[in-house]
Write a protein that binds this ligand. Structure first.
Ligand SMILES: *Cc1c(COP(=O)(O)O)cnc(C)c1O
Length: 450
């Protein structure tokens, strides 16, 4: 086999459909429930927040959804994204395993998030919506949506968690450069924000509060809708372009993965890579082990409860059946901001319950060590989130070294760290510690489940 390190698809070979895993599962996932009636919600319940096209995708049972030409056009700014063989990392580890990574850091904002931000902006614009609201923590999602809104001429208004707004100015500047308006959350602009500020004028905010502010605005204002960057079925659907491309790239490589690893915050980059491979596995065409990796400080799949819970802290959203740590759970301030979410995608949760995927949790010290080793061998500094996947990938490669197995490992490298370098600075200065979640803290937040 030729000694290639990079597998690039021609634009003409870019997949033109997203893949919906639901019809291929042995049973469908439990539906979202209305928080008042506890009955399954209908399209009308979601209409104040999302355009009809996205509501339809949320519940579709079609196996494939065509990607609109206008969306493909924007995707072509950076897609197809490259698949790399990590030959230098393999050599440094001395492993017989073959390691591949699918790199999403080539997008305009440096992560996989535009894969769904772009279609979400497109469908809203097509239905006459003129403004989108959203929340953002560290700023990855906010910058992706700001870029997408600029592309389709929509206004974009972002509530950014106060603590990040103050500490991480670069993401805010990126959002503003794309034309978005960014508010620190809690803000005086919404009833939810005013309630919090009245009680605590110095509140540093939370993702839960920011969601409440963005949702409240979208529900009240004319021609305004809300956009969510992970968790929901339509978001994972859009991200499957990652796995569909990777399948074609493995054909070019003449290889087949035995182990697939990805990090899970709300589950979108992991599902996006894994679902097309899960389709192949369920059809008996390959048999990879599929493994989700989460932070030990926020161990939703490995230690959370599979139960109906709210998606936000204030309890404004429908009830979702998912692995959850409880909607008032506040994770420790680990550096992987994108993985600090109390819940998990209902689809990933369901697939985990069916036993089709595995999960493990890793502490952030091991993750940063993996991130640094990856940077020094492969030349890409991974975002703090995918260092979780890399740590698991390195574990597997070292097991292969012991057993002499030449397994093929595929990992999702969903973003780079160019705007997260202070996290590496803290690691290099020896200021990173592990936050194991105490059993009592978990029991307390689970006691608050609806
Ligand atoms: C948002 C984000 C995540 C976490 O979200 P998922 O939906 O689990 O993918 C992980 N990595 C990066 C780089 C992110 O921006």
């Amino acid at each position: 086999m030729a000694e290639r390190t990079k597998y690039i698809l021609d634009e003409a070979d870019m997949p033109a459909r997203w893949y919906n895993v639901v019809p291929d599962l042995p049973e469908p996932p439990p539906p979202p429930l209305h928080p008042g009636t506890r009955e399954p919600i209908g399209p009308d319940d979601l209409a104040p927040l999302f355009p009809q096209a996205l509501i339809a995708q949320e519940v579709t049972t079609e196996r494939y959804v065509d990607i609109p030409e206008e969306v493909l056009d924007v995707y072509r700014l950076w897609r197809p994204s490259p698949l790399f063989r990590a030959r230098r990392l393999e050599k440094a580890l001395g492993t017989p395993a073959r390691i591949y990574y699918k790199y999403e850091g080539v997008s305009p904002v440096g992560s996989h998030k535009p894969n769904t931000a772009v279609p979400q902006a497109f469908y809203n614009a097509a239905e006459g919506v003129t403004r989108l609201t959203t929340e953002t923590g560290a700023g990855q999602w906010g910058s992706a949506l700001a870029f997408a809104c600029a592309t389709f001429g929509l206004e974009c208004e972002v509530w950014q968690v106060r603590a990040s707004y103050d500490q991480k100015p670069y993401r805010k500047l990126m959002m503003e450069t794309f034309g978005a308006t960014v508010h620190p959350s809690p803000s005086e602009l919404t009833a939810s924000g005013r309630v919090i500020l009245a009680a605590d004028p110095a509140s540093t905010g939370s993702l839960g509060i920011a969601i409440s502010e963005a949702v409240e605005q979208a529900a009240q204002a004319e021609n305004t809708r809300y956009a969510l960057g992970s968790v929901l079925n339509h978001v994972l659907l859009h991200q499957t372009i990652i796995g569909e491309e990777a399948l074609k790239q493995f054909e070019l490589a003449g290889d087949t993965p035995d182990v697939l690893v990805g990090c899970t915050g709300g589950g979108s980059n992991f599902g996006g890579l894994a679902f097309p491979f899960l389709r192949e596995k369920l059809a008996g065409r390959m048999d990879p082990v599929i493994r989700a990796v989460e932070p030990a400080a926020c161990p939703t799949l490995t230690r959370g409860k599979y139960a109906y819970d709210f998606g936000d802290t204030a309890g404004l959203t429908p009830l979702l059946k998912m692995h959850t740590l409880g909607h008032d759970f506040i994770p420790d301030p680990i550096h992987a901001g994108g993985l600090r979410y109390h819940g998990m995608s209902p689809l990933i949760s369901h697939i985990y319950e069916l036993g089709l995927i595995e999960a493990l949790a890793i502490g952030q010290e091991d993750c940063f060590a993996a991130g640094v080793q990856f940077a020094r061998t492969e030349g890409i500094i991974p975002a703090p989130e995918p260092t979780h996947a890399l740590a698991a990938c390195i574990q597997e490669a070292l097991r292969c070294k012991e057993t002499g197995e030449d397994k093929v490992i595929l990992t999702a490298l969903c973003g780079h760290a160019h705007l997260d370098l202070p996290a590496y600075g803290a690691y290099l200065a020896g200021n990173i510690s592990d936050h194991e979640l105490p059993e009592e803290a978990l029991a307390q937040s689970l006691a608050g489940l609806p």
